[in-house]
Design a protein around this ligand. Structure first.
Ligand SMILES: [Zn+2]
Length: 418
């Protein structure tokens, strides 16, 4: 099937059958036939390029373990079709030889349309194959919206407007949803605050409407996919992504695979229990990590402790208040960081991703917040000699989420089922 052999880059405008794929399927163990060998090798070469960044043919040959001649044969059609372009010239080495050029993704390559679906608005943009994000658009849903078809009309209109803002066809549409997703069907299972979306087959409907491949996943996992292709997860075999803010979410990349759980049910780290008999969570249980480490906790505490404008408080502003010497601000900041570190430490203890990328509100606190979280985190994890465990900040949330949605499609394009 065209979609699964990585040939989307070359074959566009296919029929409806291929346009309603929703997720990367698990790889089968079939041998690679001669008809799929070309696309498979192309996909592997482009994966290598993402892992290494702009590279010469010789670098790619070394990395992938094949001859320069083989690399040349794969690269030339990608240059001819303007998927790749020749860039910076590398001087010849001391033993002589010809100068080489570095290959990277062409500005003329077709882009991917990225969609971030929230309970009250939809954001769309285009993402180029080298990760540049442009043509942003945001459309709010009417306050009284209660019908999925009406919401879908807004989403579809927004996607079409963005997709046609450039003078070339798009490669596909990637949708990151702030809610539970069935990755088998590409449907929304549920979105808190937008119950009308329950069981809505967003992937199927968009594929039918637009006639291009559509990939759908939960927003936290999309962030991870974006980091895998364009961010700090590039070239790594193991890492985790944690989103903080109004909710807490996580996604895991282990031994080169994104762990989704059955039908995409994994990643609900916000509802792991960290306090027996703790506060009531919105999920109906008590003592979830979300009850002590979200913005809601932070704002409730700020209110109780008499900090100014508690209802709009976030990490960035709390740091400013702490720096201004506002009474209680520094203490609250430390407690918030400590509470965040609890879930991160549990994640590290259980799965040992050893490299955790933090996104969302905590990341807005920059290195100051990172140091506070890390100090507490290191006290909570067991250390093993030789272990190299790192916490890092992700790219700004806007860019990361959109790149992540596009990364879902890219994973299919490159025959790289995550
Ligand atoms: Zn809960």
């Amino acid at each position: 099937m065209g979609a699964s052999n990585g040939d989307w880059l070359f074959a566009m405008g296919r029929g409806e059958e291929d346009s309603t794929r929703h997720r990367p399927s698990r790889p089968t163990q079939n041998l690679i036939s001669t008809t799929t060998l070309g696309p498979a090798n192309r996909g592997r070469l482009l994966q290598a390029l993402y892992d290494m960044g702009p590279s010469s043919r010789a670098d790619l040959a070394r990395y992938t373990g094949v001859s320069r001649g083989t690399i040349g044969g794969i690269v030339q059609p990608l240059l001819d079709r303007r998927i790749l372009a020749e860039g910076e010239v590398v001087p010849p080495n001391q033993s002589g030889g010809k100068p080489a050029t570095k290959l990277w993704f062409s500005k003329d390559a077709k882009p991917i349309c990225a969609v971030l679906l929230m309970h009250d608005h939809v954001r769309t943009c285009l993402v180029s194959l080298d990760g540049a994000v442009y043509a942003h658009s945001t459309e709010a849903f009417p306050k009284d919206l209660s019908n999925p078809q009406e919401a879908f009309r807004i989403i579809s209109r927004s996607v079409k407007r963005t997709a046609t803002s450039v003078d070339m066809p798009i490669l596909g549409v990637g949708v990151a949803v702030a809610g539970m997703i069935n990755t088998e069907t590409g449907s929304i299972v549920s979105m808190s605050l937008a119950p009308f979306f329950d069981n809505f087959p967003i992937g199927h409907e968009l594929g039918k409407e637009l006639g291009v491949p559509v990939c759908v996943d939960k927003d936290d996992r999309a962030l991870l996919v974006g980091d895998r292709w364009f961010g700090k997860g590039r070239g790594r075999g193991n890492f985790a992504v944690v989103y903080t803010g109004e909710v807490l979410g996580a996604a895991l990349y282990l031994d080169g695979h994104l762990h989704r759980g059955p039908s995409g049910a994994g990643g609900e780290i916000g509802h792991t229990i960290v306090q027996l008999n703790g506060s009531r969570c919105k999920c109906g249980r008590s003592g979830c990590w979300e009850t002590i480490a979200t913005l809601r906790w932070l704002r409730d505490e700020a209110q109780t402790r008499g900090l100014p404008q508690p209802a709009s408080l976030d990490t960035h502003r709390l740091i400013i208040l702490a720096d201004q010497g506002v009474e209680g601000a520094a203490q609250l900041l430390e407690e918030y960081a400590s509470n965040l570190s609890v879930g991160l430490a549990n994640l590290q203890q259980l799965m040992a991703p050893n490299y955790i990328i933090i996104h969302g509100d905590a990341a807005q606190g920059g290195d100051r917040m990172l140091k506070l979280i890390e100090g507490s985190f290191r006290q909570l994890i067991l250390s093993r000699p030789g272990d190299d465990v790192s916490l890092v900040l992700g790219d700004s949330e806007d860019v990361a989420a959109m790149r992540g949605a596009a990364g879902l499609v890219l994973s299919e394009l490159l025959n790289f089922p995550l």
